[in-house]
Design a protein around this ligand. Structure first.
Ligand SMILES: *Cc1c(COP(=O)(O)O)cnc(C)c1O
Length: 422
């Protein structure tokens, strides 16, 4: 059933009153602008700080201060197992088994490590399919991966573009390209949600097509994690990586997440670059020759658990567990649809929404392309205490994250546009 909205401020107020997740706003610190909290629509870039982070950080500082090396084995959260503390929450967000998920390093590093495991080019099968205009770090990672194998990126990498006059990709075009590449295709690697357009791809369809062609399917879920619930295991996705500082609110430099399907994770012969932390825990401290990987995603860990980069993630995931990803998604769909509805009431502004109108093809973000005045509109937002992100040429990305954004926030965004630019 389509939502019905109206243009009154009462509507926004009422929608917030009826929102079962409304109180989570109080669980976050907001930057201030002229004595009030900013309206923060930039959680797709860096999420806000949850208020429970400071105490969690202090707990580990205390353990370090009082126990030093003893903190690995005792204290409230023995550091030796720190990666395990976030596993069950990530399982709920990603729709996978506990043995399929781990945290380590950061996103682009993890993409490299996983691609080195799963991209096994041969003379015949060596091509990679990805979206055109991918996030630069992903482009660089894939380009350098291909060069690492002495292959030519212009030959090995196939980029899929939107059709002439269209803004986003069609699943049919992706599936057809995969099919056409067939036995030459080694791997597909797509951003699950495109950072610029906000398009959510059909991961199950892409995965199935890749497998039918005999290739592996990997995804960068930077803009998906904590935004849209996944079913990675059921869909048979081979591997995925994401960062924790966007919708997951774990702060700058937070530890990244990785998923590896158990059919690969349990297999100690799946190729990888190893380190002692990925070694079987029974023999890890024997310091013997011969790497024996753990038979789960942790078998890709290389270095000691990065405790301080994981503290905020652990604290933040407690909020996700409390809210529940399904309830968050339900609110998010409605909140973003409300934003879209209000924007449609502003035909005097010369802009178009790049993000698909279909709620199943997007997360929280709408990308607005202003043919004129984009920069000015962005500045007006900042001057009025609304944090949104601007990308040349004239794209404002607006991401009302459902954990800490309200219907009234969206309404205020609308009134500023309405009152300043008519
Ligand atoms: C945010 C983002 C990154 C950033 O990667 P880091 O290694 O964390 O700096 C990479 N890829 C995509 C698609 C992103 O959205």
């Amino acid at each position: 059933m389509p939502d019905t909205f109206d243009l009154t401020p009462e509507f926004a107020r009422q929608a917030d009153q009826q929102d079962p997740l409304q109180h989570f706003k109080q669980a976050f610190h907001f930057p201030r602008h002229q004595d009030r909290d900013v309206i923060y629509f930039c959680g797709n870039s860096l999420g806000l700080q949850p208020k429970n982070v400071a105490a969690a950080m202090q707990t580990e500082l205390d353990t370090w201060r009082k126990m030093a090396v003893g903190g690995y084995f005792s204290g409230p959260n023995p550091w030796l197992y720190y990666q395990h503390y976030v596993q069950s929450s990530l399982v709920r967000l990603m729709g996978c088994h506990e043995n399929e998920v781990t945290v380590m390093n950061t996103l682009t590093v993890n993409l490299h490590l996983l691609m080195l495991s799963f991209y096994r080019p041969t003379a015949r099968r060596y091509k990679i399919i990805m979206e055109a205009g991918a996030f630069p770090s992903d482009q660089y990672a894939i380009e350098t991966l291909v060069r690492h194998f002495n292959l030519d990126p212009t030959d090995a990498i196939i980029e899929i573009n939107p059709r002439e006059g269209e803004k986003t990709l069609r699943t049919d075009d992706i599936v057809q390209t995969i099919h056409n590449t067939g036995a030459e295709l080694a791997m597909v690697l797509f951003g699950g949600i495109h950072y610029y357009t906000g398009q959510l791809l059909d991961l199950p369809a892409i995965t199935a097509a890749a497998h039918a062609a005999g290739a592996v399917a990997g995804f960068d879920l930077a803009h998906v994690a904590g935004n849209v619930p996944m079913q990675l295991h059921t869909w048979g996705v081979d591997f995925a990586a994401w960062c924790s500082y966007k919708y997951l609110n774990a702060g700058p430099g937070a530890v990244g997440g990785a998923y590896i399907h158990e059919k690969h994770a349990q297999n100690i012969h799946t190729p990888r670059l190893g380190g002692w932390w990925g070694n079987d825990e029974k023999t890890r401290f024997k310091m013997e020759k011969g790497f024996i990987p753990k038979q789960d995603a942790g078998g890709w860990n290389i270095s000691t658990a990065q405790v301080f980069n994981t503290v905020a993630l652990k604290a933040s995931l407690e909020l996700f567990d409390e809210a529940g990803m399904d309830r968050l998604r339900t609110k998010s769909i409605r909140l973003t649809a409300y934003l879209e509805y209000l924007l449609h009431q502003l035909p005097q502004l010369n802009f178009e929404i790049l993000t698909p109108a279909d709620v199943n093809s997007r997360g929280a973000q709408l990308s607005l392309f202003f043919r004129e005045k984009g920069k000015e509109i962005h500045q007006r937002m900042i001057d009025n205490g609304i944090t949104v992100d601007y990308r040349e040429p004239g794209v404002i990305r607006v991401a009302p994250a459902p954990l800490y954004c309200s219907f009234e926030d969206v309404y205020r965004f609308y009134t500023i546009l309405r009152d300043h630019f008519n």
